[in-house]
Design a protein around this ligand. Structure first.
Ligand SMILES: Cc1cc2nc3c(=O)[nH]c(=O)nc-3n(C[C@H](O)[C@H](O)[C@H](O)COP(=O)(O)OP(=O)(O)OC[C@H]3O[C@@H](n4cnc5c(N)ncnc54)[C@H](O)[C@@H]3O)c2cc1C
Length: 304
């Protein structure tokens, strides 16, 4: 209830306040902001994935601007010798305008990444986009592009089947719980059930020999992930953990100290305000996390 109350008042909270709260989760508005943040993460032994904020484009020109922004990101990564790949949202590349438009834009981004030996992770959005997102991923892989990976969400009941369908491709997968609010018919609602399915999906992916980005801040799942990769005798190059910028930083440092590879999700862009608001409105639970995390920062409690 508190989470929902926070979400209801958000639109009337001054932008400057939202900015201060979201500052720890967003690198800034410009590419140099992202470069600065990634350089600092790299110094701490953490890898990054850069996300250009710009969801739900409404025309072809906006989608092309996002493609161009990713070109600039690849150039910056190469020039600055950053240890970072990129994450893209297909609705930002025009998925809701036309499948073919999105495919062409995605191909441009993935081909440009390949030129500099880089990698593109396709983020997963709400369930209305799952089938098309996986189809696009499959088409690119079948075209011989290997520097691309996808995201699967453990809260979706279909995910275990999706893993089996994708098995022949030995997909490179970021596995996360899923952030959107989805109905019980298609998504597990119970916290424990989502955890259980996360572990089931992780096992299945490791069994296939897939490279997995274990994306979670949930200590139970971090421990399970650590246990499963050790059980299979994987070397540190054969998997990675992933976290969001500014979240559970002490746990992040611990993973790096323990010798695991960790990648941090670094969003930046002009659309930071819409991004922050939309993320919080999509899932009121996030508003609760952010509120308690902000209080911890202000009052110094060690909740991270
Ligand atoms: C690198 C990365 C990429 C992601 N990509 C996608 C994607 O493409 N599609 C998608 O649907 N979801 C994505 N997610 C979000 C993911 O699905 C979850 O919603 C999110 O990670 C919270 O789940 P959790 O596993 O951390 O567990 P939870 O149980 O939700 O969180 C565990 C603890 O972590 C802290 N925490 C978690 N999230 C936050 C936050 N935002 N702010 C402050 N504290 C927080 C809280 O202390 C919480 O108690 C991504 C997550 C990560 C880490």
């Amino acid at each position: 209830m508190l989470d929902r109350a926070i979400v209801r008042v958000l639109p009337v909270v001054p932008r400057s306040v939202v900015r201060r709260i979201s500052d720890s989760y967003i690198a800034g508005t410009t590419l140099p902001d992202a470069v600065r943040v990634v350089r600092a993460l790299n110094k701490q032994g953490k890898m990054a994935t850069i996300d250009v904020l710009g969801e739900e484009v409404s025309n072809r020109r906006e989608a092309l601007e996002i493609v161009q922004a990713y070109h600039d990101v690849f150039e910056a990564i190469e020039r600055e010798r950053l240890d970072s790949n990129v994450s893209v949202k297909l609705t930002a590349l025009g998925l809701n305008l036309a499948y073919e438009l999105c495919r062409v834009n995605l191909l441009r981004v993935v081909r440009h990444a390949a030129e500099s030996g880089n990698f593109v992770r396709i983020d997963m959005e709400d369930s209305s986009t799952t089938t098309e997102t996986l189809q696009l991923y499959r088409e690119l892989r079948e075209d011989g592009l290997d520097n691309v990976g996808v995201v699967l969400q453990a809260y979706l009941r279909r995910t275990i089947r999706d893993i089996r369908d994708l098995a022949p491709l030995r997909p490179n997968v970021r596995l996360c719980k899923g952030i959107y609010v989805e109905p019980p018919l298609i998504a597990y609602q119970d916290y424990e059930e989502v955890r259980e399915n996360f572990v089931r999906c992780l096992r299945e992916l490791l069994q296939l020999g897939s490279y997995v980005g274990i994306a979670t801040h949930d200590q139970f799942l971090i421990d399970e992930g650590t246990r499963l990769v050790a059980e299979r005798g994987l070397t540190r190059e054969q998997y990675e953990f992933q976290m969001l910028l500014g979240v559970r930083e002490l746990a992040a440092d611990r993973l790096v100290r323990d010798g695991h590879r960790l990648r941090i999700y670094v969003p930046f862009g002009e659309h930071w305000y819409q991004y922050a608001l939309r993320r919080l409105q999509e899932n009121p639970k996030m508003a609760g996390y952010v509120a308690s995390d902000t209080l911890n920062r202000l009052f110094g409690a060690d909740g991270r």
